[in-house]
Structure formats: C-alpha cells, structure tokens
Design a protein around this ligand. Structure first.
Ligand code: HEM
Length: 273
C-alpha cells in the first residue's frame, strides 16, 4: 500500500465503524420534549453522563472481581482508569453549569416528573460504592431488566465490601460483623475499620499495595463528591430553592446528599495518622 492510500469507501453493507459503534442508533436517540433549542444539550449531557455511569459501573465491577481474586494490581488499574473517567464525567457539567432559571424554565415544564433521581445506572454506582438502598428499586418496578440488575447489585458485595474482605485476608483486624454484614443495607462506618486504615496509612512504606489501594479509592471518593457538588451548584443556579421535578425539596435535599463521602473511614482515618 502506498503512503498516500486513501481510506476505503466501498462497503457492501453498513460500514465496519457503524457495525462497531452503532452511531446511527446512538445519534437518533435524541427526542426533545419542547421547542426550546437549549433542551438538546440538556438531553445529550444527561445521555453522555448515563454512558459514563455505565463505564464506571464496568470499571468498579472489574475492580471488585479482581480484589475478590486477590489481583490487586488489576483492581488498581481499573480504579485509576475510573478516576480519569470521573474527571471526564465531571467536565461534562460545563455546558449546563451556568443555566439561568429562565433558560431552564424554557423546557423544565416539559420534563414533567422526570428526574435524574430515577437513573438506575446512578443507583448501580451508588450500590457499588456501598450506598445500598432497597427503596431505590421501587421506581423501577415497571422495568423488569433494570429492576433485576439493580436487585442483583443490591445483594452483591460492594466494591468497598471487597476491599474490607481483602484487608481481612491480609491479616488486618476488620471486625467479623463488618465482614458478615447484611450486604443489602447501606454500609455504616466502623471505628475498627477506621483504625485499620489509620494503621495502613501509618506504614513507613507509602507505596505499599494497601496504601496505593487506599489512595485509589480516595481519588474515586473525591471525584464522586465533586460530581455531587457540581450537580448541586448547577441546580442552585438553574432553579434556586424550587421543588425538584422528581418531587424532592430540591436544593436542600441535594445538599444533604452531597455532604456525604463514600468510603467513610478513608476520610476519617486521616485524623489518626
Ligand atoms: C441544571 C440541570 C439539573 C438540575 C436543575 C437538576 C436538578 C435535580 C434535583 C432538584 C434533584 C433532586 C431530585 C428531584 O426532586 O428531582 C436531582 C437529582 C438527581 N439528578 Fe439532577 N439536575 C440537573 C441535571 C442533571 C444531569 C445532567 C444529570 C445526569 C444524569 C442528573 C442526575 C441526577 C441524579 C443521579 C439525581 C439523584 C441524586 C441522588 O439521589 O442523590 N441531574 N437533580
């Protein structure tokens, strides 16, 4: 083939690109509900975020499986990828971050009761991070596949459960009640686990596998916290203190959710190192 060979133009059916990417499907899934030209970017940003949620769930499931099999480097790679993906997810707030209330109102009414609160993939992420909640399945009763996936994720160990089991296998004193906890309930912070992390972080070897694991999880926790706070500030700008389309009190409800940190002991242990 010569240097200046042009790309192939001749395909019998659809292009191999199309067969792989399904761009034709993906770029025809945009059905705005209003006439407002600003609605398109709201819809596409939401769809883009759903795709990133899907990637993040994939990475954290990969990391969970690797931890279960004691393959920590594989888990570290997946967590490092997920941190960069979270940065890309968070950067996608840019087009929506400065909406004025009038701009948002131009299509807000068309959303009816629709709200990101009803995102099943976001709940899968939260479940993997340890924030289990059976009541978050209720909105999805009418969608069998989504409901089944969420139910499975509710019952399975979270990424953090797998981390704590690994720490226990490494001989660290993770209490039995944490290891045999009811996996379908929200993870509650434990002082003994906080002491375990403080011990890990006191280690002379700051590049040990467990310190690196702690830091990879902390990166994820920080970026999840940033997503929640960017969402909160975007909401404050776009709608002030109005009630949400999903029926919550809006900003005050989101403030409460955004105050929390995932992997709680990784944050509190730092005071004891
Ligand atoms: C400026 C645009 C946005 C505003 C004003 C806004 C507003 C809100 C409000 C008020 C809530 C609370 C629930 C409710 O009553 O509706 C909420 C929840 C939520 N929104 Fe948004 N939102 C915006 C954009 C987005 C986007 C682009 C996504 C991406 C998927 C998203 C995902 C979520 C999620 C996952 C929740 C549930 C949070 C939780 O359970 O802690 N939001 N949003």
């Amino acid at each position: 083939m010569s240097h200046d060979a042009a790309p192939n133009l001749d395909f019998a059916g659809t292009t191999p690109y199309e067969d792989y990417v399904q761009a034709d499907v993906l770029t025809h899934l945009q059905h705005p509900l209003s006439e407002d030209p600003g609605e398109m970017v709201f819809l596409v940003t939401t769809q883009v975020m759903e795709l990133w949620f899907t990637v993040l769930v994939h990475e954290w499931e990969t990391a969970s499986r690797a931890l279960r099999e004691d393959r920590v480097p594989v888990a570290l790679d997946a967590l490092a990828r997920s941190a960069r993906e979270l940065e890309a997810l968070n950067a996608s707030w840019k087009p929506l971050g400065q909406l004025t209330p009038a701009q948002f109102n131009a299509y807000r009414g068309a959303l009816g009761e629709g709200s990101g609160f009803q995102s099943a993939m976001y709940r899968r992420m939260e479940f993997l991070l340890g924030e289990k909640s059976a009541s978050m399945l209720v909105p999805h009763r009418g969608a069998p596949r989504v409901h089944a996936e969420l139910e499975k994720a509710l019952q399975e160990p979270s990424l953090y459960d797998e981390v704590l089991r690994l720490l226990a296998r490494r001989g660290l004193p993770v209490p039995e009640e944490v290891l045999v906890r009811d996996l379908s309930l929200k993870y509650e912070p434990s002082e003994a686990v906080e002491a375990v992390w403080a011990g890990v972080y006191r280690s002379a070897d700051q590049s040990s596998e467990l310190v690196r694991l702690g830091e990879a999880l902390t990166d994820v926790g920080e970026l999840v916290w940033r997503w929640r706070n960017d969402h909160l500030v975007a909401t404050r700008r776009a709608m002030g203190a109005k009630a949400g389309t999903g029926g919550s009190a809006g900003v005050t409800w989101l403030e409460k959710r955004a105050r929390k940190n995932v992997f709680p002991e990784l944050w509190t242990a730092r005071s004891h190192v």
